[in-house]
Design a protein around this ligand. Sequence first.
Ligand code: PHE
Length: 462
Amino acid sequence: MSSRGNFSSRIGFILAAAGSAVGLGNIWKFPFEVADGGGAAFVLIYLIFAFILCFPVMVTEVAIGRKTEKNPIGAFNDLGFKKWNIIGKLGILCGVLILSFYNVVAGWAFGYFIEMIAGNFGVGKVFGSFTSDIIKVGGYAIVFMFATAFIVSRGVSGGIEKLAKILMPTLIIMILSLVVYSFTLPNALEGVKYYLVPDLSKLTNVNTIGGALRQAFFSLSLGMGALITYGSYLSKSENIISSSALITLFDVGIAFIAGLMMFPLVAYNLGGEMNDVQGGAGLIFVTLPGVFETLGSTLGVVVGGFFFLLLSFAALTSTVSLLEVPVSYVVDEYKVRRSRAVVIMSLVIFIIGIPSLIGNGYSDFFSNAFALPGGSSDFMTLVGYITDVLLMFGGFLIVSFAAYVWKKENLAIEISQGYPGFKESFVKKFLDFSISYLCPVVLGVLFIIVVLNNFFGINLLG
Ligand code: PHE
C-alpha cells in the first residue's frame, strides 16, 4: 500500500476528497443550473438528492476503493468481477471528457484573476470576446493543465492534501464575506426569495428534477470512480460513513452559500426583475465583475482578484482529482512511471479539449453546430450533458453492483473497519435500502427521462 502513496491523516483524505468535490461545480455551475432549473424548487430537490441518493453512492465508491486499493478498473477486477470493470472504463472515459472542458473554464477563472488585478472590471460585459480570444484563453488553459499535471505527478499525499488544507478554509471565508456584502445591495431580497422560496409547480418539471440530479452527481464528483481512486489511498482505520457524510455536507454547504452570494447579486444587476434571470455558462463571469466594480477601484481589485484566484485554486483541486483517475489506472495496470503517465494523459486530454476551447466564440462551427433540444448549441455544453448522464449512469451501475453482485454483506464488512458498530446501526438499514431499491430505481428512471429529454426532446413528465 505504501508504494501507492497514502493520505497521511483522516483530515487529509477528507480535505482531498472535499477538494475534488468543491470546485467550479459549486461556484460556477451550481448558480447557473439553479437559474436554468427554476430557482428554489431546484435547490430543494438538489438537497434531497444529495443526501438520500448521492451519499450512499459516495459511501459505496469509497468502500470499493479502500477494499481493493485500486483504480476504478482494477478495483472491479480485484473483487473478482472482471465484466463489471466496464464501470471503471466508462468512469475513466467520463473523467477524461470532463477534464477536457473543465480545464478550459478553469483557465477562464484564472484569466479573470489577471483581468481583475489589472482593474479590468469591464471584462464581464465582453465575456464573449474574452472567451473567443484564442491566444489568451488558450494560454490560460495551457497554464492550468501544467499546474494540474505538476501536482498529480507528485502523488496524492504530496500534492493534493497540502493544497486543500490551506485553500478550502480561505475560500469559505471569502464567500461568506461576499454573502454579507451582497445582502446589503439594493434588491437583494428579491434574489434571496428566488433562491429560497420554491415555486411548487416546478417540482415536477423535468429540467428541475433532472437538472438537480445531474448537478448533485457532478458537484459531489460521483459516478466516475474519482472516489474509488481517493478511497484507495484511505487507511483501514478510518470511518467511511462519517468521512463521506462530512464531504457531502461540506460540498453541499459550499454550493448553498455560493448561491446565497450569487442571487442577491443577480437581483441587484437585474434591478429586482428575477423573471429576467438567465442561466448559462457565463453567469458568474458576467455578474461578478460588475459587482466588484461597485467596491471602488482599490478594494475591487483586491476582492475581485482574490476571489478569482481562490476560484482557480478550488478548480485546481478538482482538476487534480480528474487527472488522478486515468493516471492511477495507467500506473497500476501498465506499470508506467507516474510522471510519464501524467505527461501522456494531460496531453491527450488537452487535445480532446480543443473543440471546447475554440467552441466559445472563436470557431463558428464548434460554437454553434451542436444543437440539443432546448439547449445551447456549443460543443462544450454538449460534452457537459453527455458526461452528466454518464455520471448518473455510473452511479446507477455502482450501487446495483454493490447491492446485487458484490453483495451488501461484503460492503458492510469493509465499512465496519473503522466503524465497528456499523452492522447494528441505523445507517446500515438506510444504506441497504438506498442502494438496493431507492438508488437503482430513481437513478435508472431519471437517467432514461433525462436522456430522452435532453438529447431527443421527448419529455416524459409532460
Ligand atoms: N465536483 C467537481 C466540481 O464540482 C467536478 C468533478 C466532477 C470532479 C467529477 C471530479 C469528478 O467542480
